[in-house]
Design a protein around this ligand. Structure first.
Ligand code: GLU
Length: 292
């Protein structure tokens, strides 16, 4: 299988300049290392009708091109179910009936990291299980053997983070992001994951899950986010932040692209041209402040 990089947006709305900057970086990392570049629409959750079309249009407009067909997670339920079955057969899953509120109110397990699932449903006896099954649909959780796992990141170095008994399938039947992303990257030959550094804390869970599924762990590159003038992660409410808004404000797409490229210390122009000056070691490590 070829080695690939990817961009994997959730079609919850239009992409803003922060998402576009991450997409450009994912493209540059993949292309500068001879990888193919894939586009995967992560539509299991938070999908808004029409958003995918807008996102693909804006990616193309900014110059991000991809190889092959766009893949959508909603068409891949069998792959996720197969992975959960494998984990189940290895004794690595259990059913969980807790509501969010019950989890918040449960006393945390001794020595458990902050925010970790307290393990309420981990060792239910058969009678309790039967009773709970009659009251509520179950989520499926990973029976994790570790509380922490360490990953290597191209920009952050070694990063150790919490691994708890995280959810693999929600109780409404939707596959959880952490499972889907690991299965998809492996199945698509993705061995380089470039994404916003807000996802770094989830990465130890994903790498641990990959190890349980005998999947090679990809190279991780968590890139700095774009923030507003208050230092908060950029959002739609921050004014003109999409290509559509900016073009209505008189800023054409090429000017936005150039601003994004120069914010990365790269030459303005096409992305192909920017490849010539792309050096991962020279990338800014701090969030970039966007002011329209
Ligand atoms: N779909 C996720 C998002 O848009 C990104 C997942 C990933 O790149 O692994 O935040």
């Amino acid at each position: 299988m070829t080695s690939a990089g990817r961009f994997a947006p959730s079609p919850s709305g239009e992409l803003h300049v922060g998402n576009l900057r991450t997409a450009i970086l994912a493209w540059l990392f993949a292309r500068s290392t001879g990888r193919t570049f894939l586009l995967r629409v992560e539509d299991l959750d938070r999908a808004r009708a029409g958003a995918e079309v807008e996102q693909l249009r804006d990616l193309k407009a900014i110059g991000v091109t991809w190889d092959g067909e766009v893949v959508r997670q909603t068409g891949r339920g069998q792959l996720y179910a197969d992975a959960i079955t494998r984990l189940h057969h290895a004794g690595l899953t259990y059913e969980c009936f807790c509501t969010r509120r019950e989890i918040q109110e449960a006393p945390s397990a001794p020595h458990a990291p902050q925010g970790a699932y307290p393990g309420t449903c981990r060792n239910l006896d058969p009678a309790e299980l039967e009773f709970k099954r009659a009251t509520r649909p179950a989520a499926v959780r990973l029976r994790s053997d570790v509380q922490q796992y360490t990953v290597k990141d191209r920009l952050h170095g070694t990063f150790a983070g919490v691994v708890d008994d995280f959810v693999l399938r929600r109780n409404d039947g939707v596959t959880a992001y952490n499972l889907a992303v690991v299965v998809d990257d492996a199945e698509q030959g993705v061995d380089q994951v470039v994404r916003g550094d807000d996802l770094l804390p989830s990465t130890p869970r994903q790498a641990y899950l990959a190890s349980l599924l005998n999947i090679p762990v990809p190279e991780y590159v968590h890139v700095p986010l774009v923030v507003n003038t208050d230092g908060a992660r950029l959002a739609k409410r921050d004014g003109a932040v999409t290509l559509g808004d900016l073009s209505r404000a008189g800023i054409p797409v090429a000017a936005v692209r150039d601003r994004l490229l120069t914010s990365l210390g790269l030459q303005a122009g096409t992305l192909e041209h920017a490849l010539n000056s792309f050096d991962p070691d020279m990338l800014p490590r701090k969030p970039w402040i966007w002011s329209a």
